[in-house]
Write a protein that binds this ligand. Structure first.
Ligand code: UDP
Length: 228
């Protein structure tokens, strides 16, 4: 289960969509797919809308979150199109009903797609406001019995402090999920961390913007921070 934030499709720190960024991510995915990996993706939407932020400027939180979830569908379609232009077969499965452009998420069907080497792109988050797509990744990963969650970020992993604020912050290569929650280390949504912990799902937080990192993880190299 690969968790891609919306930012991975817009380029570091940007908003909207950037075709070069999407092509880069699609290339990284193609590499692991060609290694025989079954790949499911949960896509974020933060490059368009973050519900919490929008709720502070006059749109009620539940509506703002729905808008955020719709953003993930736009991202899913963009990624689908680029993956297919690179000859991969994909299915977009959305929690929010968007029947003209996606299938509804049906667990057994998702597993079947994966068995047939199709890349499953899960859109719509959990379908509920007040949640994040990180939590959707932990949820879907548990449902489809994924081996691991790979959380793609633009930093090397989980740090003791925010590395953007303190350049000397220490990278934690191995971290216990309970410890992560206790210390409030927020590179990943804590609801997602606890859900994955309860289902014994390991997670790796890694820098996807370093070319080849995704494939290195699949080959068993120690990259980023492992949460388990
Ligand atoms: N969202 C939501 N419920 C979910 C998943 C997402 O309400 O289950 C909304 C929420 O407003 C969030 C936005 O969609 O801010 C975008 O998702 P997220 O912030 O997880 O995207 P990412 O940071 O991964 O790009």
């Amino acid at each position: 289960m690969l968790k891609l934030s919306g930012e991975t499709l817009s380029g570091k720190g940007e908003t909207g969509l950037d075709i070069a960024a999407i092509q880069y991510i699609a290339g990284e995915i193609r590499e692991i797919h060609s290694m025989g990996c079954e790949v499911a993706i949960v896509i974020g939407g933060g490059n368009f809308i973050r519900g919490e932020k929008l709720s502070k400027i006059g749109i009620d939180r539940a509506t703002a979150d729905s808008m955020g979830m719709l953003g993930t569908i736009i991202n899913a379609l963009a990624l689908q199109s680029v993956l297919e232009s690179m000859n991969m077969f994909t299915r977009v499965m959305s929690t929010i009903t968007a029947i003209q452009v996606s299938e509804p998420f049906i667990r057994r069907r998702a597993i079947r797609h994966l068995e047939k080497a199709r890349i499953v792109i899960c859109a719509g988050g959990t379908g509920n406001p007040y949640f994040s797509t990180d939590t959707a990744a932990a949820l879907r990963a548990s449902e489809i019995d994924a081996e691991i969650i790979l959380k793609a970020t633009n930093v090397e992993g989980v740090y003791e402090e925010d590395p953007k604020k303190n350049g000397n912050a220490k990278l934690l290569k191995n971290i216990d999920p309970a410890d992560m929650v206790k210390r409030g280390l927020k590179v990943m949504d804590l609801t997602a961390v606890t859900l994955a912990m309860e289902n014994n799902l390991p997670m790796i937080v890694f820098n996807v913007f370093k070319k080849g990192n995704l494939a290195r993880i699949i080959r068993g190299e120690k990259i980023g921070s492992e949460i388990k």
